[in-house]
Design a binder for this molecule. Structure first.
Ligand SMILES: *[C@@H]1O[C@H](CO)[C@@H](O)[C@H](O)[C@H]1NC(C)=O
Length: 863
């Protein structure tokens, strides 16, 4: 149902004399009155602003994807090649194909881009809010690919546009997406052993008021809020009673088709039309809502006013079930001779949509456009169609008639944000069954079928907060700012340089681009230590200190202001267990962050997979305690109650001295303190660590971090990933697996073999209890990070006491800030090997005696 986007800019000037509004006013005698002059000016202004004006989109990207040059179509629109800087294409396996003989309606169809792997077009937008996305497909003949068999998915960050889609002939798709971020992505994802292709695509701004926040629910009657949180796909756009309106003749580039095809009983309706210049847009209906041509034609009841017959005119539109639909009906009374003659009813799918509709009372004039927005819930679509009916209202006397001028039908995204198929843009799927037994099959959860407590859940997807994407777009590579007042650097390289490296301002030091270039040896490729969607991470040297330099992708020219806002927010976070940001560079619109280099990398690398020297139990405890402190600070500290959202072993980094610091607040959001009592948001975070309650309620609390931290503790104890799909069904999910074994009282059978013998059973027991509490099904049953911290400290003291009491821990005489390196732990401080005897005095320890012991241990460990 869609159309070439040919945005023409018709300039139709309405002359003053055409305004019938003036005539009712008295003439000469009143003319001298200032109030009258004032109203005249007012009327003049209204009538000018009511004239159709063209809409100029701030963003307009027209891409001839397969072409290596620009193409100007006969209607005067120019499509850039996707090799031009306009549309940024990131794809690994991309091909240009062309067929000069392809029989598409314009040259943009003579070539196509083919992808064998995921490919993403990224556009940097001037404007957030509504945008048209139009996709053009024609499976042209090529020697290499059979494009008609290509099967693929298309996503934006907001919605799944196409799922398992194939185009075997010319296909155009049109969407309205409410974009929240300046960076807009369209991702093509080939299905297994298949390819994806696209001939042309368009992204352009649509007026923000095109679809407002609210509509009317069809049934039960009520207001539908949050329309602008939804994504829409155009399915029908009908000029009732009129002719085809091509995209050149619509300022928003829409095509309107005649209604005959959809009209049920043709002889019940009669077409009516008036001159287009009779149509006058009232202030509340911007002229882009629909062209004058739409309002200047209508269907009315055949033989109306002559035979006093009561019947309905019916249109039927085939639709796909299980999606809600947005129906916009356009009305303009071009049939009545006078006001207040027309009263009619409108039905959708047999339900009353508007009853006793009295256009005169709304518009106050004839020939004045009006539209009504109705949201049809998926539950009201049982026969794969939307049926629109109009019929006269039951009034005693007077003419009986009903009219309709235009219909637009949009598919709305389903509960997982998809306009096609059961998978949302995040990979989450629609729950499979009815309420009670509903399984929240979310992304990999479905594949692995192994997520703790995912059974018996009802998923409720909340609206995303307005700005969640904007926030993610930047903070995904920002780290907390640390201006440096902590003793933790006492022994690190930092100490002596702090005064020169750190500034006193709240943003850390502002570097010049020259300084950054020098520090990274002009972004030397060999200095790249990390690569991500945001750009690269380089190692650099600043005043003799190693630093990590994150440089935002120069392709994204977006919001230096947002960048600064984020830094400002993060600058409130200062803690010795948070990775510190040293400064930034915003020169030349660069977005560069300089932060502490964590020489020992992520905790995970020291646990498994990298063949690194194993960490001792004491080190593991100290690292866990450090990470817990960092989180505790985020949750409760002076900052603002921050939820980390992505607690995992790769986000716990270790410095030279194996001090743990929380990193990557990529997914952080302000905690409840600022907003309601929770933060509702789309599912983010890492699989295997996600709080089951988060799935249920889509509500994020600090207890979601506590859950994830419980998984981290198990990973530390068992030295295996949170999710390991290579294992058997029972073993895939660490949280589930370990808790099963703990319940059987055999947790010691699955711990890291390296620890066996050196780990004090009581210390392990305390530690495992802490993990178990963290993993409680309900957030309210989970401890706070403060409680977790206490338990971990206790576990450390139990370990230290046992070692001191029996075997003497040579490597750790001091406090926890002088943790040993793993090498030292292994070489110079051999831990008891498997089968070593565990100190007797702590074996039978229970919680009650623990308290007494704790005080005693406190002295021993110097805390
Ligand atoms: C018009 O359609 C509605 C809804 O389908 C129905 O309830 C009503 O009876 C119809 N009116 C007439 C006159 O057929």
């Amino acid at each position: 149902m869609m159309m070439d986007n040919n945005i023409k800019k018709p300039v139709i000037i309405h002359t003053l004399h055409s305004s019938s509004l003036i005539s009712p006013f008295p003439s000469s005698s009143m003319a001298s009155f200032i109030p009258f002059l004032f109203s005249l000016i007012l009327i003049f202004t209204i009538s000018i602003s009511a004239a159709p004006i063209s809409f100029n989109p701030k963003d307009s990207f027209y891409i001839a994807c397969g072409s290596n040059q620009k193409i100007t179509t006969p209607d005067g629109k120019t499509y850039q090649s996707d090799q031009d800087a306009h549309g940024f294409l990131a794809a690994e396996d991309k091909y240009l194909v062309s067929d000069p003989n392809a029989n598409g309606p314009s040259r943009i169809y003579n070539s196509a881009r083919v992808f064998l792997k995921d490919a993403t077009y990224t556009f940097t937008l001037q404007d957030s809010g509504w945008h048209w996305v139009r996709l053009h497909f024609l499976p042209i003949k090529t020697d290499i690919f059979k494009l008609e068999t290509a099967n693929f998915n298309v996503f934006t960050d907001e919605a799944t546009l196409l799922h398992s889609f194939s185009a075997n002939n010319l296909t155009k798709k049109e969407y309205l997406i409410h974009v929240k971020s300046q960076r807009f992505n369209i991702k093509f994802e080939p299905q297994k052993n298949s390819a994806a292709f696209i001939n042309a695509l368009e992204v352009s701004t649509a007026p923000e008021k095109l679809i407002g926040e609210t509509g009317q629910k069809l049934y039960p009657v009520g207001q539908f809020d949050g329309l602008n949180q939804k994504s829409f796909q155009t399915v029908y756009r009908i000029n009732v009673g009129g002719d085809l309106i091509t995209s050149e003749n619509d300022t928003l580039g829409r095509m309107w088709v005649p209604d005959e095809e959809y009209l049920k009983t043709k002889n019940m309706a009669k077409n009516m039309n008036v001159q287009t210049n009779v149509i006058k847009y009232p202030e509340l209906v911007p002229s882009y809502m629909a062209p004058q041509k739409v309002y200047a034609t209508a269907a009315e009841m055949a033989d109306s006013n002559t035979i006093q017959q009561i019947f309905n005119i019916t249109w039927e539109f085939g639709v796909e079930k299980s999606y809600p639909y947005f129906v916009r009906l356009h009305f303009c009374d071009i049939v009545s001779k006078a006001l207040n003659e027309l009263y009619f009813n409108v039905y959708i799918n047999g339900k009353s949509a508007i009853s006793g509709f009295d256009l005169s009372s709304i518009t106050g004039n004839l020939a004045t456009p009006n539209y009504q927005d109705i949201v049809v819930d998926s539950s009201l679509i049982d026969q794969d169609k939307i049926v629109v009916q109009i019929g006269p209202a039951q009034v005693e006397s007077g003419p009986k008639n009903a009219i309709l001028n235009g219909v637009e039908v949009f598919k709305m995204n389903n509960i997982v944000g998809s306009l096609d198929g059961e998978f949302g843009p995040d990979g989450k799927a629609i729950p499979q069954e009815g309420h009670k037994k509903m399984v929240a099959a979310v992304g990999f959860a479905m594949m692995f079928g192994a997520f703790v407590g995912l059974g018996a859940m009802v998923v409720k997807w909340h609206k995303r907060p307005q700005d969640w994407q904007r926030r993610n777009s930047f903070s995904s590579w920002l780290l907390p700012l640390h201006v440096g007042d902590s003793a933790i650097f006492g022994k690190s390289n930092y100490g002596s340089h702090r005064s020169s490296v750190f500034s006193t301002g709240g943003f850390g030091r502002r570097f010049t681009f020259e300084e950054i270039k020098e520090c990274t040896k002009n972004f030397e490729a060999s200095g790249i230590i990390g690569v991500g969607g945001f750009g690269n991470v380089y190692i650099g040297t600043l005043d003799g200190t190693q630093v990590a330099v994150k440089r935002g992708n120069p392709q994204s020219e977006q919001g230096i202001n947002e960048f600064m806002t984020e830094i400002q927010m993060l600058s409130k976070l200062r803690h010795k267990h948070l990775v510190s940001l040293i400064g930034y560079c915003d020169e030349n619109n660069e977005m560069i962050l300089v932060y502490e280099f964590m020489s020992n990398g992520p905790l995970r690398d020291h646990l498994y997979g990298k063949n690194m020297a194993p960490l001792s139990w004491k080190q593991r405890l100290e690292i866990s305690i450090g990470a817990a402190r960092g989180l505790h600070y985020l949750h409760t500290g002076s900052a603002q109650g921050i939820i980390h959202r992505d607690v995992k072993t790769t986000n716990i980094l270790l410095d030279d001295n194996f001090i743990a610091k929380m990193a990557d607040f990529g997914l952080s959001k302000d905690g409840p303190g600022q907003q309601a009592d929770h933060v509702s948001t789309a599912v983010k975070g890492s699989f295997g660590y996600l709080d089951p309650e988060y799935f249920r309620k889509q509500q994020l609390t600090d207890k979601s971090d506590v859950y994830s931290f419980g998984v981290v503790l198990l990973e530390v104890l068992c030295a295996r990933p949170a999710i390991n799909p290579a294992l058997t069904r029972e073993q895939v999910n660490l949280a589930e697996f370990a808790m099963n074994w703990k319940r059987k009282g055999m947790l010691d059978k699955i711990i890291d073999p390296v620890l066996v013998g050196s780990i004090n059973p009581e210390s392990m027991k305390k530690f495992a209890e802490a993990a178990e509490k963290c993993l409680a099904e309900y957030g309210s049953d989970r401890p706070t990070m403060g409680d977790v911290l206490w338990n971990l400290e206790y576990a450390l003291q139990l370990q230290e006491a046992s070692v001191q009491g029996k075997t003497k821990d040579i490597s750790t005489p001091g406090t926890n800030s002088t943790a040993t390196s793993p090498t030292a732990a292994v070489e110079s401080a051999p831990q008891p090997r498997p089968n070593a005897i565990i100190p007797e005095q702590t074996q039978g320890l229970d919680d009650k005696s623990g308290t007494a012991l704790l005080a005693q241990f406190s002295n021993l460990s110097g805390r």
